[in-house]
Design a protein around this ligand. Structure first.
Ligand SMILES: Cc1ncc(COP(=O)(O)O)c(C=O)c1O
Length: 380
């Protein structure tokens, strides 16, 4: 079903002051907005009595992981072993959930090395992966804590909630080297759900996960962790009684996909792509120096085009080639002279961050620091 795109609030503030000397395209992060996003999610988790284990795939930056831990996160979530290696090494993280099927001999060797330096839990959704991991872990005289990945409607990875996940959980629990300590789901179906149904979608996912956890307990498994994770669903799924942990990722920065839920607008988006107008080939057309190699290619359900140009809500980035962003300007649009800088809120901030080496941290309009996106490109 097509969903109407909500109009985002038109008032939005630039975070970089005119005249700040920054080469473009680059990623700028407003420090106060970042800190507010981090602390509000931590406060929410604590208000509903669940542990916060943020997914670091959004920022891949040790300093931000440290901010999240300082705000009360119990540990972090990563997809890939490589991300976890960086966070343990450079952010001093001591507790990691790999919420992604970890498969392959090379991965298992690295996982064992990681287990020597941090508490590691792995989500699994197949007996095959369980056998491979369990065999190597048992041979090393270790035990690996495992969450059963449950499909509560996203239809990506995961054993279907109910009988399928229960059977998998029991088999994993019988596998030497593994200890099943919980269940997890990524209720990503909520991200695409029409705004008026997102709450019901999220609650349904949470209840299906809790019911699966309870069924496993009745069969003798000591299920301690019941973990959910999605930014759009973050205020709903963790409220289901029985959920113990939440793993939002995107909330640290937010992006245009958040606009459609009405709660968040451009001023909640801590990260922007700072870009320069490099060409004005026609009265209704400008070209910025951010194309698909900077803005990525994701579409948004919250805003048309390839990103939201702060202060110019009717200017649409209609097309990107690798290094060109083509902006269609409404009649009478001021600005967009060659050399002007614009701030663009990405449609999907996570792949955008993965394309850059550094984040420029900004306070009161001025760059105050540069942080390495140390886990960028760590897709293995
Ligand atoms: C397994 C898992 N957990 C948590 C998240 C966080 O969701 P979001 O990006 O909506 O914050 C994701 C996102 O892809 C995920 O794949």
């Amino acid at each position: 079903m097509a969903t109407a795109i909500a109009t985002p609030p038109r008032i939005a503030h630039r975070i970089v002051a005119a005249g700040a000397d920054l080469d473009t395209p680059c990623l700028v992060v407003d420090a106060p907005t970042l800190r507010r996003n981090v602390s509000e999610m931590a406060a929410f988790a604590s208000s509903v009595g669940v542990a916060l284990r943020p997914h670091i795939k959004t920022h891949k930056t040790p300093q931000i992981a440290r901010l999240q831990l300082a705000a009360g996160a119990v540990g972090i979530t990563c997809a890939k072993v490589g991300e976890a290696e960086v966070m343990v090494e450079r952010a001093g993280v001591t507790d990691v959930l790999l919420a992604y099927p970890t498969v392959g001999e090379a991965k298992v060797r690295r996982l064992l090395a990681l287990m020597a330096r941090a508490r590691v839990t792995v989500a699994l959704d197949s007996r095959e992966a369980g056998e491979l991991l369990g065999h190597a872990i048992a041979a090393a005289d270790r035990t690996l804590d495992v969450l059963v990945e449950v499909n509560t409607g996203h239809d990506r990875a995961g054993a279907r909630a109910g009988d399928e996940a229960i059977a998998l959980g029991l088999d994993l629990a019988r596998t030497r080297g593994l200890r099943v300590v919980g269940v997890m789901t990524h209720e990503g179906q909520a991200n695409a759900a029409p705004p008026e149904t997102i709450e019901a979608t999220a609650l349904e996912a949470g209840r299906a996960l809790v019911a699966t956890a309870e069924a496993l307990r009745q069969r003798g498994i000591d299920v301690q962790t019941v973990s959910v994770g999605s930014t759009p669903a973050a205020t709903f799924t963790p409220t289901v009684p029985g959920v113990t942990e939440m793993r939002p990722g995107t909330y640290v920065f937010n992006d245009t996909s958040a606009f459609r839920y009405g709660r968040l607008g451009p001023d909640d988006c801590a990260l922007r792509v700072l870009a320069t107008v490099v060409s004005r080939p026609a009265p209704d057309r400008a070209v910025i120096d951010a194309g698909s190699k900077t803005l990525a290619l994701d579409k948004s359900l919250g805003h048309p085009g390839h990103g939201y140009v702060v202060g110019h809500p009717d200017a649409e980035i209609v097309r990107v080639s690798e290094e060109h962003g083509v902006v269609l300007l409404p009649p009478g649009e001021e600005g967009f002279r060659v050399g002007d800088q614009v701030e663009v809120i990405p449609n999907h901030v996570c792949p955008v961050v993965n394309l850059q080496d550094q984040l420029v941290i900004v306070q009161d309009g001025q760059p105050i620091d540069t942080w390495d996106v140390a886990a960028r490109g760590k897709v293995r």
